[in-house]
Every structure is written in C-alpha cells, then in structure tokens.
Design a protein around this ligand. Structure first.
Ligand code: AGP
Length: 614
C-alpha cells in the first residue's frame, strides 16, 4: 500500500522522483523519502506527512542533489511502525551503503530480524522492511554483486514485496524485484524508470514492461537485464501503454474528486461503445468467456468485493436475480476468505475491484479459482494482479481515478453489471424481450440525465452547506437503492469524517429511530417504483421524531413539500436504473460538505487508494 519509484539515466533524478511520488500519493501519504546517488555517497532524505514536507526538507539540499541522475523514492501508508522519519523509507544497512524501498509486507520479518541481529545488524526502525536492507547487505558482502545479493536474499523472504535497491559500490545501478506486489519498468529515451504504477513515469514514456513475480531486473543508464529466479536471462515483452499524461491533471477542477464526478457521463458512454448500440440489438459482451451451456448450468453466483466495489456488487445482485433468476450472494472479501464457502465449478465467482490490487479480494478470488469456479473480474485496471486471475475480464475503462473516494469507477462498475445482467438474461431468456428493450433504451440516455444532475449542482451545494455542521447523517432507502444509501454514507464518512450510516428504510423502526431528534438529518432515497410508498411511510415515521428530512427523488408528488425540509430532484428513470442517477447527488453532497469543512478531499486521513494488505 505504498508507492515506490526509481530512475537510472542521464537526466537529473530529483524531479523525476518527486513528480513520480506525487502521482503515487494515492497509494499512501503519511511519510515519504528518497535516496539519490551523490558525489561520494548515496544520500537519504525523509519527511513525515504529505510529500510537500519532503519537498521542503529537500530545499536546502537542492544544489548537492542537482547533478544526481540515479535514485529511488517511496511514499508510505504505515503498516509496521508509526509514520515517523525513522520508519520512513528508504531503509539502509548498518554502514548506509545499501538503500532499499519496499512496498508490501515481509511476513517472516520477526524471525529474519532475530537472525540478523545475531549477526551484528543494528536495527533503527520498527519496520519489516529494514530486515531486507540488512539481509541484502550481508549477501552483498559475500557476493560483491548487487543482483546476486538481491536474488539470494529474496529466497529467504516470505510475504509480498516490490523492492528497489541501490549500493554505493555499484553506482548508477538499480536492482528491482517483486512478488505479489506490482512493479513496472518504464523504458525512456534517456534512462529506465521503475515504479509501483504507471502514473509515476507516464509523462516520460509510454513503453513499459510488467515484471513478473520473482523476476529480478538490473537497470543501468544504458542497459536492462531481466532474470528469472534461477538466474536465466529473460527477453521481456515491451508494452505500449494506452495512457495520456493529461488524465492525471485536475483539468481546472479544484479537486480530482469533483473532476471525476463530472467525467461520469462520458465513462458510461465509453463503456457502452461496442457493447450496446441500440435497444433493438442484443448486448455484446465478448469478454464473457462462458458458453451458453455454461451459463445455463450455473447454479449460483458469488460476488466478492470491498468498500465501494462491494456496494456496486450489491446492486449487481438485485439486477442478476431480477433479470436472470440466478441466486446471487454478495460478500465482503475479507469475510469470504476466512470461512468455509460453498463454491464449486457450477458457481460463477465475480470479483469487483477498481484497482484490481485489493489484497482481500485477490485472496478470495484465488481461493475460488482453486475450487474450480469460473472467475469473472470487473476492474478498472486490466493490467492488475486480479485481471491476471480472470477467466473472463470485464474492463470498466473509467480511466485513472486519482481521488481516494471512488466515484466514476463505481458508476463504471454499475454500468458493467447492467450490461452483464442484460447479456445473461438475453442468453437465458429469463426476462421478456420488451422489458429488456425498455431498459436498454433508457441506459443509452443515462449520460444526458447525469449531465442534467450536474447542471443542477448549485442546489445540491446548498443542501450540503445547510447540513455541513452535522455530526451524524442517516441515509435510508429500500430495494435496489439500499446499496446507494450505503455508498452515499461511505462517501460522506471517508472524506468529511462525519458519522454517516445507510439503513434499509424498513429497519429504521427496529432500533436506529431511537437516535432521531431535531438535529439529525435523514436523507430518503425516494425513487418511483415498487417501494416508493413504503419509503414514504418510513420517512413519515422519521419526520414524526422531528428529524431534519431530505428527499432525493424523481417524483413530483406534492406531498413531499410538507414532509421534507430539502428536496433534490433527479430526472425520471426506470426504478431498476435509478441507482446510477441517485448516487450522483450523494457524491456531490459528500464532496461539498468535505470542501466546506476544509478537509483534504482527495487524500482523506488514514486511507489509501489501493489496499494491498489484508
Ligand atoms: C472507496 O471510496 C474507498 N476508498 C474504498 O472503499 C474502496 O472502494 C475499497 O478499498 C475497494 O477498493 P478496490 O475497488 O480497488 O478493490
């Protein structure tokens, strides 16, 4: 859950490392550090907090580093040891000649540390990573070859790692390796880059190599050599990345989150291209590799995900059960992996993940795969570890999502679930054609409807201002929008730190209603359809306890004026598609409240975009 970046080449390294780390800040941001090869030594600089603190720390040293052309950098999300300067990476061996940055977790670090201390290594930090610095340094003492030292050391290491290592005695050489953590090499005109993710170097090159587990790469300004774990040289596959550096700019918006919310209409349009042309043509999903017979044989579907992706999965359950008549279970990945599940070859297992890296979901998927299930992955990162486990890969193509709070990737996951449910329903013949046709024709105009909501954002902003001083917030809904209530509450919690909870509206009277008083805002998601009247009565129950009532609705029912203190209207839409519209005002409410409160919208405290630890 950290970000690492490295460079060896002809260009000054400082800006390459700092800009690279800035692009990786989504992976963690509690401390950072760099190591650069200066005249006689490798110098290490670290700071606690955001990257700007490291930039300040470096200001007085800018001249001495200005000629350096090789180095490594790290941005941290603390797992072992508090976010302090001592625990920040890079870590060094006893003499400081060897420097390491690491993403992942060394699982046997306690045993390794005991062995290393017995051999005279002196530990300064509380991190698992420092064991690797000492271990590689000892191997270097024996071999005097950095690549061999890394190869020997990693044989003794258990766990997940992406490592970048430099040694003072082998200047301008960077040795990197990985196991169960991402590491990508960028091939530039004037040198080589190595990073946890593409944004770290995309502005310099779009040619890349995805390193595989246990491979070791040795990079110098003029050469690149990749070996497998037995030392045999490998001819790497160089990929042309379809990425534009502009994707990483805020495009004039104050925050990435606001920009990403505004990108949602185009995200849906992009997904539909080639998959849904008109309401008369069948949904085309060549990515689904299940045959007609396989689909008909399925006895159940399990969907596993975390956080926002879990909420998309919950809506997927409503859709698939309704349209395809297949039983669907949805489970948080972290729960799935520690119990005996009934998963077999007649179960389709769907993993949903923006990043495709989330450790809990990845483990769950691997477990399901071992049991013989077909694995379908819905992800925004077709280059991710999860994508590599997929039998069928639905890439949601939302573009890079920088803000920690997921917005456009959620809309993209929902759109993919709609397509999948329609596709399976058409094959299985479980829903009348006219119902499917109506849904398809409405799907095609969803982007315009979201644009209408965005055009009305000042009204939503007023609502956010009105309730921005609240300490608690309740969201209620029923049916297919219950997950929307959960997602709206999650958005508010994670960026404003307000205690927000989503409830099925019918559950209010079974306990939560006791919390209601004249200062508690209750937002009802009141979409026309099968449960509209029911939510209306649940809202009346809340009003009777004097709660502050907010309606999010596509109804022009005049009764609402008396019942609610604030009403947000969204365009009319079929109940089944309403989650795609209903979430947009909730994203905006969360955004504007956090902004009024002066919170760090794109990088909320204690969170990271990619959660690669269980
Ligand atoms: C979303 O706003 C959150 N930051 C978080 O819940 C996220 O959805 C979760 O960590 C799962 O991530 P993934 O989709 O990359 O697997």
């Amino acid at each position: 859950m950290c970000g690492i970046v490295g460079y060896v080449g002809k260009n000054p390294v400082l800006d390459i490392l700092l800009d690279g780390l800035e692009q990786l800040e989504y992976r963690g941001y509690d401390s950072s550090g760099i190591a650069v090869k200066c005249k006689d030594n490798i110098n290490v600089y670290k700071a606690v907090g955001k990257l700007k603190n490291l930039r300040e720390e470096l200001t007085p040293h800018a001249y001495e580093i200005s000629k350096s052309t090789s180095g490594i950098g790290h941005i941290r999300w603390a797992t072992h040891g508090a976010p302090t300067v001592v625990n920040a990476h890079p870590h060094t061996c006893n003499c400081g000649n060897l420097v390491v940055v690491h993403n992942g977790i060394i699982e046997n670090y306690v045993q390794l540390k005991a062995k290393l201390e017995a051999r005279g290594c002196v530990f300064r930090s509380q991190t698992d990573t420092e064991t690797v610095a000492h271990l590689i340094a000892l191997k270097y003492g024996e071999t005097k070859d950095l690549t061999k030292a890394v190869a020997l050391a990693t044989k003794e290491v258990e766990g997940a790692y992406a490592l970048e290592v430099m040694h003072n005695d082998e200047p301008d050489k960077l040795v990197i390796t990985k196991r169960n953590a991402p590491l990508i090499i960028g091939i530039g005109e004037d040198g080589y880059y190595a990073a946890s993710d593409i944004p770290a170097f995309i502005k310099h090159t779009n040619k890349a190599i995805y390193l595989s587990d246990n491979q070791i790469a040795t990079l110098t300004p003029q050469s690149l050599k990749i070996q497998d774990e037995n030392g045999a040289e490998i001819t790497p596959k160089i990929e042309q990345l379809p990425w534009e550096p502009v994707a990483l700019s805020k495009m004039g918006y104050k925050h990435y989150m606001l920009k990403e919310i505004h990108e949602q209409p185009d995200v849906i349009r992009n997904i539909l291209v080639g998959k849904l042309h008109t309401s008369d043509s069948p949904v085309k999903l060549d990515e689904v590799k299940l045959t007609k017979e396989n689909l008909k044989d399925l006895t159940r579907i399990q969907v596993i995900a975390c956080g926002t992706s879990l909420h998309a999965a919950m809506i997927g359950k409503y859709l698939i059960e309704d349209l395809c008549s297949i039983p669907v279970d949805v489970e948080a990945s972290s729960e799935y992996i520690y119990r005996k599940t009934v998963t077999d070859s007649k179960t389709l297992v769907i993993g949903v993940s923006q990043s495709g890296e989330t450790a809990d979901t990845l483990t769950a998927i691997k477990q399901a795969k071992e049991k013989g299930s077909h694995i379908l992955i819905i992800t925004n990162r077709p280059d991710s570890a999860m994508a590599r486990e997929a039998d069928s890969l639905l890439s949601v193509n939302a573009g890079i999502e920088v803000s920690v709070a997921a917005t456009k990737s959620y809309i993209a996951q929902l759109t993919s679930f709609y397509l999948l449910a329609l596709y399976m329903a058409e094959i299985k013949g479980t829903t009348p054609a006219d119902v499917l046709k109506k849904l398809k024709s409405e799907m095609l105009i969803l982007p315009q409807k979201i644009e209408q909501i965005l055009a009305n954002k000042e009204h939503i902003q007023k609502c956010a201002r009105k309730y921005s001083s609240t300490r608690d917030f309740i969201y209620i809904a029923r049916g297919i929008n219950y997950p929307t209530a959960l997602e709206g509450a999650l958005k508010l919690k994670e960026i404003s730190y307000i205690n927000a909870t989503g409830y099925p509206a019918g559950e209010l009277k079974h306990g939560p209603i006791a919390m209601l008083d004249e200062i508690m805002p209750v937002l009802s998601i009141l979409m026309k359809g099968s449960v509209y009247e029911k939510i209306l009565s649940n809202s009346e129950e809340a009003r009777a306890r004097n709660a502050q009532m907010i309606a999010l609705t596509n109804s022009d029912d005049s009764k609402l004026e008396n019942l609610f203190d604030f009403i947000i209207h969204v365009p009319d839409v079929d109940e089944m598609l309403s989650p795609i519209l209903a979430i947009v005002p909730l994203q905006l409410i969360a955004y504007y409240i956090a902004e009024f409160l002066g919170k760090d919208v794109d990088q909320p405290r204690n969170l990271a975009k990619s959660v690669t630890v269980e």
